[in-house]
Design a protein around this ligand. Structure first.
Ligand SMILES: C[S@@+](CC[C@H](N)C(=O)[O-])C[C@H]1O[C@@H](n2cnc3c(N)ncnc32)[C@H](O)[C@@H]1O
Length: 265
């Protein structure tokens, strides 16, 4: 009788090898194998580095676990909007689910545990949970659990020593793609991720304060804070410098409309 396999999705932190939690390390040590998607030849410097960081993290915290790289299905990155964007993402998730299922069945015996190192915290802009749900939907004999990690948002707030919400108020977590729409809809305290090109430059720089961070947790980490109009050139320069130093840049920032109480709480 086959015994169910178990998958563990471990938030690995957003750049530093010690941003994985003690619970995450214990989980990784219970894994026979850890699956890492590999973008293969032609991968950008960033994805290459992200694979290296995963290998280094395992080496440091769970050296017994075997690292299994799975060729990542190619992703259609042509410009899409609305439904066709979701269709493209959907097709990619489906292909990933098939590739992961095969890898799990090959790498882990019945009853074994397989790990996934998820960048930052699995709850923010990451598809691994959705992919695992798809694998389950294919009828795989598998259960899975998620261990939270320190995501880019938490590192950003910690480095700048800010509380993300103002007293008794809300914070909108959004993407570069949606920023202007969210601001037009009234959001005035936002955390922005997945912004390929500082969309905040399109806002009225005198009306916003920004707390910005790039490659947080890595030795090349960069931080800038201030009135948007004043610090935008500094952010642009820092962004370019980090990209040159590390080969990739990922940034996250908090934007708060001037006049919102900046009192933390
Ligand atoms: C696909 S999302 C993954 C987020 C991840 N699950 C997390 O919790 O940090 C990638 C985005 O996260 C942010 N990000 C991830 N790592 C970062 C880092 N080390 N420094 C700054 N931002 C980062 C950037 O906004 C990037 O575009």
């Amino acid at each position: 009788v086959p015994v169910t396999r178990r998958a563990l999705l471990v938030g690995m932190g957003a750049g530093g090898l010690d941003q994985v939690t003690v619970e995450g390390v214990a989980g990784l040590r219970s894994c026979t194998a850890v699956v890492v998607p590999d973008k293969g030849e032609g991968a950008d410097a960033d994805t290459d580095d992200l694979v290296r960081l995963r290998a280094a993290l395992l080496e440091r915290h769970a050296p017994e676990a075997v690292l299994v790289t799975v060729p990542d299905p190619p992703r259609d990155r042509s410009p899409h909007t609305g439904t066709s964007y979701r269709d493209a993402v959907d097709a990619w998730h489906e292909a990933r689910a098939r590739a992961f299922r095969t890898a799990i069945e090959q790498a882990v015996p019945d009853g074994g545990t397989v790990g996934f190192l998820v960048w930052g915290d699995p709850a923010f802009y990451d598809s691994t949970i959705r992919v695992l749900d798809r694998i389950l939907a294919t009828g795989a004999d598998l259960v899975y659990d998620v261990v939270p990690g320190v995501g880019a948002i938490s590192v950003l707030a910690a480095r700048h020593r800010v509380v993300l919400n103002t007293v008794g108020s809300s914070v909108t977590v959004t993407t570069g793609r949606r920023l202007l729409t969210d601001v037009a809809g009234g959001a005035d305290n936002l955390v922005v991720m997945l912004d390929g090109g500082l969309t905040c430059a399109e806002l009225d720089g005198a009306a916003w304060d920004i707390w910005w961070g790039a490659d947080l947790g890595t030795p090349d980490e960069a931080l800038v804070a201030g009135r948007l109009v004043d610090v935008l050139p500094e952010i642009e320069a820092a962004r370019a410098a980090v990209r040159t130093a590390r080969g990739w840049v990922m940034d996250t920032y908090l934007l708060r409309r001037v006049g919102r109480s900046s009192q933390n709480g």
